[in-house]
Design a protein around this ligand. Structure first.
Ligand SMILES: [Fe+2]
Ligand SMILES: [Fe+2]
Length: 167
């Protein structure tokens, strides 16, 4: 079954949105490197890599469904932040935006009775719950830390230990 034009457009927009997330996470990583927080910068760089993988999941699905992949332009990422917690709040806001976009695609797929797209979209629904929870936990930790430099160093070490495939 061919994708409807609307679903094809929404899936294509999602490829670009995931690439935009990857680009933004890389900018967050760069900012954290400048702040002397290499562990958090590493965490953001891994996050960026995951977003690239997400983009490719949609890319490959479009190819499998015999649709044309059309990449859109990427906006300039936000580069300036006032504090470490602002960086993670920006990350949470971006994830919430992605969750909204996934939900919209799900609604479009449902209207189109495109059941073949459900496994992919279900994976993303679950992924977004995890993504938001993980970033929210880090924000909670940062709020608890406030101005405690030693605790910030410990959190930086913890996030720096993140490995491929682990949250
Ligand atoms: Fe993503
Ligand atoms: Fe994400």
């Amino acid at each position: 079954m061919a994708l409807t034009q609307e679903l094809e457009g929404a899936l294509n927009a999602q490829v670009t949105l995931e690439l935009e997330s990857a680009h933004q996470y890389l900018a967050l990583s760069a900012w954290l490197e400048c702040e002397g927080l290499p562990g958090m910068a590493h965490w953001m760089r891994m996050q960026s890599g995951e977003e690239n993988e997400h983009a490719m999941k949609f890319f490959e699905f479009l190819v499998d469904r015999n649709a044309t992949v059309k990449l859109g332009p990427l906006p300039q990422p936000v580069l300036e932040f006032n504090s470490v917690i602002d960086v993670f709040r920006a990350s949470l806001a971006a994830e919430q935006r992605v969750t909204e976009a996934i939900n919209t695609i799900y609604a479009i797929a449902t209207d189109a009775r495109d059941f073949a797209s459900y496994p992919l979209l279900d994976w993303f629904v679950n992924e977004q719950v995890e993504e938001e929870a993980t970033v929210q936990q880090i924000i909670d930790d940062l709020e608890r830390i406030e101005g405690n430099g030693y605790a910030l160093l410990m959190l930086d070490r913890e996030l720096g230990a993140r490995q491929e495939g682990a949250e």
